[in-house]
Design a protein around this ligand. Structure first.
Ligand code: GNR
Ligand code: NI
Length: 167
């Protein structure tokens, strides 16, 4: 297992669209394991391959409090969504920034698991938010894209300032 470096907003590589995975080979299984380790270490409740500069449709999620709920979703597709919720979001690629984003309250997502079996999952609440946040990443979208232009400008200058302090 290995920890993977996470791209930081506004890195242009976060804008790449991920390609579907046609063959679940050892490379994909290793990527999924490394992404799970990276997510738990961060710590975070989700991670998309895009964030570790791999532009394939793979996400890991665990919204449990005791690391018992690991989900690995390959080629995820939202089949249906219903209702609205607005919750505070953060992102491992946008460290230290939290803001409210409106999302569907419930989603039904179809995906392949690591054995290549098609699965359908009905999710609500935080799990539904996380699924939508991660699928956004696979399409090159970051949660700050949902915020006003003014907020986006402020976030970029805050992150640039942080980077100067850290350097
Ligand atoms: O760790 C994370 N927490 C979180 C909180 C509210 C809404 C979405 C998230 S996802 C985020 C991890 C991450 O950046 N995934 O892409
Ligand atoms: Ni994120």
């Amino acid at each position: 297992m290995a920890l993977l470096p996470i791209l930081r907003f506004p890195d242009p590589r976060l804008r790449k669209a991920a390609a579907p995975i046609s063959n679940i080979d050892n490379g994909i299984r290793k990527l999924a394991a490394d992404m799970a380790e990276t997510m738990y270490e961060a710590p975070g409740i989700g991670l998309a391959a895009t964030q570790v500069d791999v532009h394939r449709q793979l996400i890991v999620i665990d919204v449990s409090e005791d690391k018992t709920g690991l989900l690995t979703l390959i080629n995820p597709e939202i089949l249906a969504q219903e209702g609205l919720q607005a919750g505070e979001e953060g992102c491992l690629s946008v460290p230290g920034i939290y803001d409210k984003v409106e999302r569907a309250e419930q989603v039904t997502v179809r995906y392949l698991d690591l054995d290549g079996n098609s699965q359908t999952l009905a999710a609500e609440g935080l799990l539904a938010v996380c699924i939508q946040h991660e699928i956004d990443h696979l399409r090159g979208k970051v949660f700050v894209d949902h915020l006003s232009q003014l907020k986006q400008t402020r976030i970029k200058s805050k992150l640039a300032k942080q980077a100067r302090i850290t350097a």
